[in-house]
Design a protein around this ligand. Sequence first.
Ligand SMILES: NC(=O)c1ccc[n+]([C@@H]2O[C@H](COP(=O)([O-])OP(=O)(O)OC[C@H]3O[C@@H](n4cnc5c(N)ncnc54)[C@H](OP(=O)(O)O)[C@@H]3O)[C@@H](O)[C@H]2O)c1
Length: 321
Amino acid sequence: MFHKDMPYRRLGSCGIKVSALSLGGWTTYGASVKAEDTVRSIIRAAFEAGVNFFDISDIYEKGEAERAMGKVFAELPRHELVISTKCFWPMSDDVNDQGLSRKHIMESIDKSLKRIGTDYVDIYFCHRPDPNTPIEETARAMDDLVHRGKVLYWGSSEWSGEQIRMAQEICDGRNLYAPVVEQPQLSLVARKKYHNDVAPALADHGLGAVTWSPLASGLLSGKYDDGLPEGARLWRSENLRKSYLTPENMQKVKEFKALADEAGVSRAQLALAWCLAQPQVASVITGATRLEQWQHNLGALKVNLGDELRRRIEALFPADK
Ligand SMILES: NC(=O)c1ccc[n+]([C@@H]2O[C@H](COP(=O)([O-])OP(=O)(O)OC[C@H]3O[C@@H](n4cnc5c(N)ncnc54)[C@H](OP(=O)(O)O)[C@@H]3O)[C@@H](O)[C@H]2O)c1
C-alpha cells in the first residue's frame, strides 16, 4: 500500500510500516453499524486514502466486528493490509475462555483467524494485562504463534510502563520474540498515563504506540456542545457518557473551538493532529460511524501544528488526566 498523501511510520524499531491514521472497529462495525454497505464504504474509503492498518478485537461485539471487517478485507489485497486483533476479555462464561493463558491465546487466535478469514494477523495484542497469568507464559505462547506463522508481531494494550519493561526483559533473557507495540488510550482528555508512564518505557525499548479513542469517543469533535444527539455514541452508552461528558470536559471542549477556529480547522482534525504529533506514536486509530466522519477526519493530516499552537492546546488540556 502506498498513497502519496498518507504518511507511513515504522512501528517502533521494527521494519513494518503502518499508516499514520488507521481505522478500528470498536462499537461500530457489526455493532452500531450493521449495514454491510456502510462498513464496506468506510473501509474502502480508508484503504483508498492510503490506510493499511485496521484494528479489531475478538471482544468487539463478540466476534461480529472481526466478521464484518473480514468480509471487506477479503475484497482487498491481503499483503497490503496490516490487520490486528486481540484477546483477553471473556468470550463466554468458561473459566478458560478469558485472560492471557497459553490455552486461551492458542484457542483464541484460531477463532479470530477464522472469523476474519485470514491465515495470519500482522499484530496480535494482549488486550489488557492479566494478573492471573505470568508474563512468561503469555510471552512463550506469543513466541510460538510467531514461529507458527499465525502472528507476525505481538503487542500489549493498556499495560503499564513496568509491565512493558518486564515483558521485554523476559523475552530478551529467553530469546523469545518480544512485543513491538503497545496500544494505549491517548487523547487530549486522557494523556496522563501515556506521557508519564507508557511513552518512556516504549522509548527505552524501541516500541511503537498505536493509540485509541483519539476523539474521546467523539467528545472532542464538539458534537456534544449543545446536548446529546440521538444515536451518537455517548447517547448510546451510559458508561462512556459518565466518563467523558463531565462539566469540566464540556467546558474545555468549548474553549478548544477557539483554537481550532484560529487554525482554520475543526476540533476533530486538531485533536487528531495533536495525537499524531506525540512521541512514539506510529499510528492513531480512528473510529467512524459514517463515511463523512472518516472523510472529515482524514483532514487531520493537513493540519500544521506549530509549537505555539501545541503549547496552547496542552495548556488547555494538561497531562493531569
Ligand atoms: N485497545 C483498547 O482497549 C481499545 C479501546 C477502545 C478503542 N480501541 C481501538 O481504537 C479505535 C478507535 O477508537 P474510537 O472509535 O473510540 O475513536 P474516537 O475517534 O475517539 O471515536 C470515534 C467515534 O466518534 C464519532 N466521530 C468520529 N469522527 C467524528 C467527527 N468528525 N464528527 C463527529 N463525530 C465523530 C463517531 O461516533 P458516533 O457517530 O457513533 O457518535 C465515531 O465512531 C477502535 O475502533 C478500536 O480499534 C482500542
